[in-house]
Every structure is written in C-alpha cells, then in structure tokens.
Design a protein around this ligand. Structure first.
Ligand code: FES
Length: 231
C-alpha cells in the first residue's frame, strides 16, 4: 500500500512538472517540445516499470515467509526427530546398571565366609568399609576401656548391634586425612594409619595420633543372623 501511494505521488509530481515544461515547450518551439515529451515519456515508463518491479518484489516478499515458515517447520521437525534419535541411546544408558546400583544403593553382604579375627574390605557408595569379625579378646578389650579417657568418647556398645558384638562395621578411611589404616596393627591391635601414625582400637576408636574422631559407623542392619545390609 505504501509503495502504491508513493508511486502515485511521484507520478503526480512528474505530471505537474511535465505540464510546466510543456508550457515552456510551447514557448521554446516544437523541437525542444518533442525532445521533452520523449524524455518524460521514457522517464514515466521507466518509473512505472520500477514501481511495477517494486510492487512485484513486495508481493513476492509477502508470499516468501510462507515458504520459509514451511521450510523452518519442516527443518525443525526433522531436527527434533534427529535429536531424539541421537540422544535416545544416552537416555537409555541413564537407567542405573549394576555398578551404579552397587555404588549408591544398599549393599547386602554375607558374613558367613568371614572368619573370626578376619577383616574384610568392601565398598558402599564409593566409600571403603571394614567388616571385622572380632575375637572374644578383641571384644573384651573394646568393652573394658574407660570411655572418659577417649578423645572421641563412645562406648563399644553404641558402635555395634546388640547381640552382635563380634561384628564391627566401620568406614575404612582414617579420620585425619583419609589414608587407609592397616588392620591388627598398633598398640591396641585395632588399626594403625601408615600416613601419620593414628592408632585405632578394636572398636575403631581413635586412641593415638592426629586423627580427631573415631572411624564412623555406616548405616547398616542385620537382615539375618549372618547377613547385613549397608545403606
Ligand atoms: S591420614 Fe591417618 S594419620 Fe594422617
């Protein structure tokens, strides 16, 4: 619409100018008049053709978005299908596998093969766990300590399950800087850390060295007389 109005205005101005020049043409003579007429005829023709091209271009521009929209939608739909096909293997792999479940889910552990005096290591949620089958002497040593003298006072009874004194389950990293203490080592025959010398007793309590607290007890429960579930 804007293009058409502008074309009409320009054409009107040209015609008025043509009239004025026509008057001058009549005054100046027929030769000049013919040249002027020829010039304005060509000018108007050229202008009309240009306006026609502009109008045509405008009409084409109005129609073009429709094709672009179609192409855009078609391309987007194809891209969405391609993206879904591409990421589906990754999505399907997000289903937890056995290793992932073992890393984060509760772990069932059969105590039957663990002999008295033996310490077994296992992992739960990426953390090292000690499962210790304590001897009668180790249990007695752990229970007869004056708790008030301990750096991190805890009676042995709160670190084991009632009626299951022979089983001690604790995290397996030193509470100083995380090294792995060696079993059946140190003055209290519990664990001794090879890094800076922390000593833990048969209840996993800190007795000597720089470690500030006892080896923590992870969450666990007995699921049968000889099986536990950690987590
Ligand atoms: S890490 Fe065990 S004593 Fe330092």
């Amino acid at each position: 619409m804007t293009v058409v109005v502008r074309a009409q205005c320009v054409r009107h101005c040209l015609l008025r100018l043509g009239d004025r020049l026509g008057n001058q043409r009549r005054q100046a003579g027929s030769g000049i008049a013919e040249a002027t007429t020829s010039f304005w005829s060509v000018a108007e023709g050229a202008l009309g053709a240009r306006m026609t091209r502009v109008a045509t271009t405008h009409a084409s521009a109005s129609a073009e978005p429709t094709r672009r929209d179609f192409l855009f939608i078609a391309t987007g739909a194809a891209g969405a299908v391609g993206l879904a096909a591409t990421i589906w293997p990754f999505i399907s792999q997000m289903a937890p596998d056995a290793a992932t479940i073992a890393a984060g889910a509760p772990v069932d552990f059969d105590l039957s093969p663990v002999a008295e005096g033996q310490i077994v290591k296992l992992f739960w949620r990426g953390k090292l766990i000690f499962v210790r089958h304590r001897t009668a002497a180790e249990i007695k040593s752990a229970q007869t300590v004056d708790v008030a003298t301990l750096r991190d006072p805890e009676p042995d009874s709160v670190r084991v399950k009632a009626g299951k004194d022979q089983w001690l389950i604790v995290y397996g990293n030193c509470t100083h800087l995380g090294c792995v203490p060696l079993g059946n080592e140190g003055a209290f025959h519990g664990w001794q850390c090879p890094c800076h010398g922390s000593v833990f007793d048969t209840s996993g309590r800190i007795r000597q060295g720089p470690a500030p607290i006892n080896l923590p007890v992870p969450p666990y429960a007995f699921t049968s007389d000889k099986a536990i579930r950690i987590g």
